[in-house]
Design a protein around this ligand. Structure first.
Ligand code: CP
Length: 307
């Protein structure tokens, strides 16, 4: 049984195959409209979500399957004290595949030890969000046609932003990728991302505290929200909440070919005027999330000989 708990669970060849499959789904949706007939996806969301949960559910429906699940811990027996292991063991009896979001880092890994069906990590605390990364990779591939020799600016809350950690793990495996890490010192990427991911990969990276000077270098600008829910105090959050706001003025010095991404939701970090800039791809990125999740569901069910 294969699960998707972190981006590195997939080889580069497997990521390529999943992207190829997503591209084929985009081109030929009818070919896949009944591939999951009779199959069920459970979405177990112990933490709030709009895009991830609903795109997973739309993905399964467009494959002909059905969905069940809960969108908050309070409406599940977790509120009565049931463990993640027992919850997943139960849901394994009702569904063929499970997408799970949890505020505790490592909860999907714990769940996978007891699961009888594939588990997909749909975000665990500040740790990882591998299906967002697959979404981001599909978006980058559709925009740039390659993952090599790209300069990626990551801006905002790089400490708590799990999408950033997963994307660095994925992109650092390609050649010639340079990372420009833009954050206040207090919200810089965790040390383990540098020592265990960036340094061994040999990827070039710099850390800066402002975006203006580096803007002309960037091929991708990946904005992120300051993760209010992960701060220990409101005071600390308020100190950083508007640390970076991308507006049309800041884009004056950017490349014409820049791709502006954001995992969403946004709060203040991109002004709505930027939405009209043809380089803004964050809503397309959210749509890509549905297609890559369709590809992921098919792939994991096939690997588990459930399809
Ligand atoms: N990008 C993302 O994970 O969005 P949601 O929190 O709405 O699922």
């Amino acid at each position: 049984m294969r699960h998707l708990l972190d981006t590195t669970d997939l080889s580069l060849a497997e990521i390529d195959e999943m992207i190829e499959l997503a591209l084929d789904i985009i081109e030929n949706p009818k070919k896949y409209a009944h591939i999951c007939d009779g199959k069920k996806l459970a979405t177990l969301f112990f933490e709030p979500s709009t895009r991830t949960r609903l795109s997973f559910e739309a993905a399964m429906m467009e494959l002909g399957g059905n969905v069940l699940g809960f969108s908050e811990a309070a409406s599940s027996s977790a509120s009565k004290g049931e463990s993640v292991e027992d919850t997943v063991r139960m849901v394994s009896c009702y569904a063929d595949i499970i997408a799970m979001r949890h505020p505790l880092e490592g909860a999907p890994r714990v769940a996978s030890a007891k699961a009888l069906v594939p588990i997909i990590n749909a975000g665990d605390g500040g740790h990882a969000h591998p299906t967002q990364t697959l979404t981001d990779l599909l978006t980058i591939y559709r925009e740039k046609g390659t993952f090599d020799n790209i300069t990626v600016g990551l801006c905002g809350d790089l400490k708590f932003g799990r999408t950033v950690h997963s994307l660095i793990k994925a992109m650092s495996r390609y050649s010639g990728v340079k990372f420009v890490l833009i954050s206040p010192k207090e919200l810089s990427v965790p040390e383990y991302i540098k020592t265990d991911v960036l340094d061994p990969s040999g990827a070039d990276y710099i850390e800066v505290e402002t975006m203006d000077a580096v803007m002309p270098e960037l091929d991708i600008l990946y904005m992120t929200r300051i993760q209010r829910e992960r701060f220990f105090s409101e005071e600390e959050y308020l100190k950083h909440k508007d640390a970076f706001i991308l507006d049309t003025d800041k884009l004056q010095n950017a490349k014409k070919t820049l791709t502006i991404m954001h995992p969403l939701p946004r709060v203040n970090e991109i002004t709505t005027a930027v939405d009209d800039d043809p380089r803004a791809k964050y809503f397309v990125q959210a749509l890509n999330g549905k297609y890559i999740r369709m590809a992921l569901i098919i792939t994991l069910l096939k690997w588990g000989e459930l399809l």
